[in-house]
Write a protein that binds this ligand. Structure first.
Ligand SMILES: CC(C)(COP(=O)(O)OP(=O)(O)OC[C@H]1O[C@@H](n2cnc3c(N)ncnc32)[C@H](O)[C@@H]1OP(=O)(O)O)[C@@H](O)C(=O)NCCC(=O)NCCS
Length: 179
């Protein structure tokens, strides 16, 4: 991988917005407005090579103990070259630097996060997220996201119990996700 990972700058915002919108149109991630991206710009890292912008990822600190990897996207042209993993690992390194203990992601590509060292957990085990933000998420009636968790202190997250529901709709609304 010849791409560099660096903190995002204002001139990256339009590339970030357009790439996220492209995947959001396919329901693969949540759309982010220009204003949102500017407000949260300091959360973001971007990947870049000589050809320009290749992808982005954000680390949002939710509590003194917990951060979330958000808005991860790599351009289709640059995918499969280790750039997504490098973006996530940059966020993991930043979470360590900040002194956080746990980092998670909600994702439709759990296998990718497994390759980055995360393990599947249940949203019920992340009440800091599921109680605060999930109830107003546009996908709450059809939550098909997987919660992936990494402990930064080297301990392993508790394994799921057999048949434990993982997504918001089943867990908190007690029904199958709408299709
Ligand atoms: C998911 C995404 C970020 C992966 O980026 P990428 O740069 O192609 O991934 P990488 O090349 O860094 O892959 C790292 C590892 O994950 C694996 N991987 C990548 N995408 C995968 C997928 N969709 N399913 C399963 N495994 C995947 C790779 O094979 C690689 O495995 P390895 O460590 O054994 O070599 C990218 O495809 C993307 O932007 N998708 C659309 C938006 C999206 O789904 N974002 C995630 C929201 S949480």
């Amino acid at each position: 991988m010849s791409a560099a990972i660096r903190p995002a700058r204002v001139e990256d915002v339009e590339d970030m917005r357009a790439l996220i919108a492209r995947y959001a149109a396919d329901d693969r991630m949540l759309v982010r407005s220009r204003d949102f991206l500017l407000e949260h710009l300091r959360d973001f890292v971007v990947a870049q090579d000589a050809t320009g912008f290749l992808g982005c990822c954000a680390l949002a600190v939710l509590t003194p103990d917990l951060a979330e990897v958000r808005s991860l996207a790599v351009t289709p042209e640059a995918s499969g070259q280790g750039i997504g993993k490098a973006l996530v690992l940059a966020c993991v390194a930043e979470a360590r630097r900040l002194g956080l203990r746990r980092i998670f992601a909600l994702t439709l590509v759990p296998e990718f996060f497994e390759r980055c060292g995360f393990v599947l957990t249940s949203l019920g085990r992340l009440p800091e997220k599921s109680a605060a933000e999930c109830p107003v998420c546009p996908k709450r009636f059809a939550c098909d996201e997987h919660a992936m968790l990494l402990h930064l202190d080297g301990t392993a997250p508790l394994p799921l119990t057999p048949n434990e529901p993982v997504g918001y709709t089943r867990l908190f609304l007690g029904r199958e996700p709408e299709r």
